[in-house]
Design a protein around this ligand. Sequence first.
Ligand code: SOE
Length: 388
Amino acid sequence: MSNLGIGLIGYAFMGAAHSQAWRSAPRFFDLPINPTMNVLCGRNADAVQAAATKLGWQQTETDWRKLLTRDDVQVIDVCTPGDSHAEIAIAALEAGKHVLCEKPLANTVAEAEAMAAAAAKAAAQGVRSMVGFTYRRVPAIALARQFVAEGKLGTIRHVRAQYLQDWIADPEAPLSWRLDKEKAGSGALGDIGAHIIDLTQFITGDAIAEVSGQLETFVKERPVAASEHTGLSGTAGTERGPVTVDDTAVFLAKFASGALGVFEATRFATGRKNAIRIEINGSAGSLAFDFEDMNLLHYYDAGEDARTAGFRRILATEAAHPYVEAWWPPGHLLGYEHGFTHQVVDLVTAIAEGTDPAPSFADGLQVQRVLAAVEASSASRQWQEIPS
Ligand code: SOE
């Protein structure tokens, strides 16, 4: 079997999640080609070497441009903050490397447009690209999409989506790159709102056509972190600095089909750690999901005998459910990391088969346009259409 050399850039939270995916995918799934964890890249030589040893990478680089010249690297996996996505991904595609890029695709629509154009050009040469909207690969979510595609929900009327976290609810939680517009593009909107935009469009097969939104930054100044702070927690120093992104984003949406959506993304929902809650109501039935109980999909069939009808609790751990056959017997639950493994499985399979994986950079661009429209709506207090 031929090998597919991977070069991963970044080794914090997302870098670690992607590393475990590259490690486990070939061990649990029968892949047509074998991904090999060749090079981990980061700017600090000692830190990247320590991370490589811990996460299972064979070699390291401190300059991402060097990765693009290496013959033992065929895939560039971008796990850096959003401000470097466009530069790295476009250069990698131009160098003929397949690209997996973390979400949101970019920090601006202009960057995302350039990335989508580079991806389309590269695809004509057989070079593949994918954006990391990982939650699509949670079995219960993939099952929800199947149900909608099979017509089990009928005509969709309502889409209700929330992404709730609380890791900066404490006003003394220190600043990190995720609270810096230059680095992250936006706050809760792009970081977690992007996921529910992608997920609802993925499940329904529909596209958001217009939005009316409101952004809010509740805590405008915070302590600067005492040491370099890359994750979701850190120690506060004595200096203070500005928060330049939204703490929360809420918006109404109208889908192309006419369905109406209510969206909420916040890092201030005290007690909610990573609750992605989606409920979809159609003429023939409903679906409900909460990532804090991620193995379950709730399904209501409106056609059932009224005396016994009710939400059914489907434990998406059967071999018949998407991705599950490669794992454990029924009822032996999957977790956060499995979505990343499934993402890698789908990317590697597409590369081997010569097909374009989803979500594409064009899909990432469309999400970026929705994010920009929510920001524009909040600023103008007007509904905004999403250009198609
Ligand atoms: C932080 O809010 C974060 O790590 C996001 O960046 C991820 O995309 C999400 O999966 C978990 O929360």
